[in-house]
Structures are given as structure tokens and as C-alpha cells.
Design a protein around this ligand. Structure first.
Ligand SMILES: C[S@@+](CC[C@H](N)C(=O)[O-])C[C@H]1O[C@@H](n2cnc3c(N)ncnc32)[C@H](O)[C@@H]1O
Length: 284
């Protein structure tokens, strides 16, 4: 018996009923809308979890998911279903806009009100490249005045696996490539392995938390000046996106910004945000 035959012996085939159960659970709890075409992909990707947990059917796995109150099972499922792919400097025009328009505006306001508070949220931060970049940019922009500010970034994701990588802050060379050399020198340690590790000064400025964007209630006390939620809503359908964007709106400060991914769209007729330019919106 060759390795392929051995593998096929413990391959668990999902039934129609099980696929529907799991698809509905994913839609309701993670927001991702899986079509029938994704069935074999889901079936394949979940084999490893089934094997690890020793489940013989998807029904058993489904019951495990609905009875898990810790959220860890859902986090593991999200990790397998969604993509965590990201890199430093992704969609760089957003970072340019952040430095050229958003920060000066917030700075001017702070000088008037004497309130040096800036609240930034990276929602769906994956392995941390986006929030770390935002901190580096704020440090560059404010220079030695950075410490005058109550700044930092809240970075959330549903995937514990992604958050662990984010907290470690160690990246392969290709993921760091788009950054200017000066950033690499200033904000990373170059490890003997060739990887790059974010320095502690930057790590300390990011608070990583597990948070599911499908949660009914957002637990924040104050609104955010800037929300980055990029390349997270790609697999959400329109009603899910609209509900989420409404919640973002509630938690955006007046004159605050929402950045979404370039391949994502908001229904401009329905959203309360003001459209500024592709993938950039403002609560005006
Ligand atoms: C492709 S990454 C985006 C990373 C970064 N924002 C970027 O633009 O490169 C998408 C992330 O969204 C997270 N995600 C998907 N559904 C989520 C949900 N319901 N709640 C929170 N995070 C979610 C995934 O775990 C993944 O890390």
C-alpha cells in the first residue's frame, strides 16, 4: 500500500448535511460566505483538524465547535478557512495618506484642544505587519514628540495562530522587502537566520487581542480616529459587510477615517461614511 492509499483511508468525506451545517456556522460566526464550489477546498483543509481531534465525522466536529465556549475552536477554524497572507507596506498609498493627510489633521486638532490622544485600530491584523507599520509611521512623523502622545495601535484578529506570530514579530526577508532600508535598520534586529525581528520599542506600542468582528457588540469605551480593516471583508457578503461597516461607523470618532482593502467596496449609497478616494472613507 503506498502513501496515497494510506492517506485516502483516513480521508473523511463531508456529507451534504454536514457541509450545510458547517457552512452556516462559518457564515454566522466568522462572516465568510462559502459557496458550494468551496466544498472540496473546505473538506480538504479540515482533514488535519479532524485527524488531530480524532473525529471520524464532520458531525462530531460540528458539535465540538458549537459546544466550545472558549472561542479557540472557532479561531482554529477561521485560521484554516481564511487567508492570513499579508506583508509590510501592502497597499502603500494608504500609509502615504495616513502620513500626509491623517496625521497632520489629527496633530492640528490636538494642538487646538490640547488633547494628544490618537486611537488607531488595525482590525484583522493577521501577523502584525500592518499595526507595526502604523506605529513606525507615527514614530517617524512625531519624532521625539511621539512620547507626548497617548498613541499606540490596537490590533485584533480572530486567529490565535496569526496573533502569536504577530506578538513574536519575526519575519522572513521577503515580507520586509517593501520597507525602506532606513526603516529596517531603525526598527528591526537582523537575526543570524536572516529573518527580521521588530524591536521592543515598537512591539510595546501595539496591543494584540483576539476579537471576532462578527461579535454583536464591540466592547470599546471610546471611538477610534483611524480604523484599518483591509483585506478582511473580501469573503464577506454584502449584508455582512454592511453590518460590520455600520459598527465601524459607530466606533469612528468625528472626522475619523476608515481604510479598507483596494479589492473591497462599500456601497456608497448606503454607507454613512464619506467617500474620499478608493478604499478611504471619513466620518465627516
Ligand atoms: C488577509 S488578512 C489581512 C491582513 C492585513 N489587514 C492586510 O491587509 O494585509 C485577513 C485577516 O482577517 C482575519 N479575519 C477573518 N475573519 C475575521 C473575523 N470574523 N474577525 C476577525 N478577524 C477576521 C483573518 O484571521 C486574517 O488574519
Amino acid at each position: 500500500m503506498d502513501i496515497k492509499e494510506i492517506r485516502s483511508l483516513d480521508f473523511v468525506e463531508v456529507t451534504d448535511e454536514e457541509f450545510k451545517l458547517i457552512r452556516d456556522l462559518i457564515y454566522k460566526n466568522i462572516g465568510i460566505n462559502l459557496t458550494e464550489e468551496k466544498r472540496s477546498l473546505v473538506n480538504g483543509r479540515l482533514q488535519k483538524i479532524l485527524r488531530k481531534l480524532n473525529f471520524k465525522t464532520f458531525k462530531e466536529y460540528y458539535h465540538f465547535l458549537i459546544n466550545d465556549k472558549s472561542g479557540e475552536a472557532l479561531s482554529e477554524l477561521a485560521n484554516v478557512i481564511s487567508t492570513n497572507h499579508t506583508f509590510f507596506g501592502r497597499e502603500i498609498d494608504h500609509f502615504e495618506y495616513f502620513v500626509d493627510i491623517v496625521l497632520p489633521e489629527i496633530e492640528a486638532r490636538a494642538k487646538k484642544t490640547n488633547n494628544f490622544d490618537i486611537r488607531v485600530w488595525s482590525a484583522g491584523c493577521s501577523s502584525g505587519e500592518e499595526p507595526y507599520t502604523l506605529v513606525m509611521l507615527m514614530m517617524e512623523y512625531f519624532g521625539k514628540d511621539y512620547n507626548k502622545w497617548k498613541a499606540g495601535v490596537l490590533a485584533t484578529d480572530i486567529s490565535l495562530n496569526a496573533l502569536e506570530k504577530a506578538k513574536k514579530g519575526i519575519y522572513p526577508d521577503e515580507r520586509v522587502q517593501p520597507l525602506p532600508d532606513i526603516f529596517k535598520k531603525k526598527y528591526f534586529n537582523h537575526l543570524p537566520s536572516g529573518e527580521w525581528e521588530i524591536i521592543d520599542v515598537i512591539k510595546r506600542e501595539v496591543t494584540f487581542r483576539r476579537f471576532n468582528l462578527m461579535n454583536e457588540k464591540f466592547p470599546f469605551k471610546s471611538p477610534f480616529d483611524v480604523i484599518f480593516c483591509r483585506n478582511v471583508m473580501i469573503y464577506f457578503d454584502e449584508p455582512t459587510r454592511e453590518r460590520l461597516v455600520d459598527k465601524f461607523y459607530q466606533f469612528t470618532a468625528p472626522n475619523g477615517y476608515l481604510f479598507i482593502g483596494h479589492s473591497e467596496t462599500l456601497n456608497r449609497a448606503k454607507t454613512k461614511y464619506l467617500y474620499l478616494k478608493p478604499a478611504v472613507y471619513k466620518k465627516a
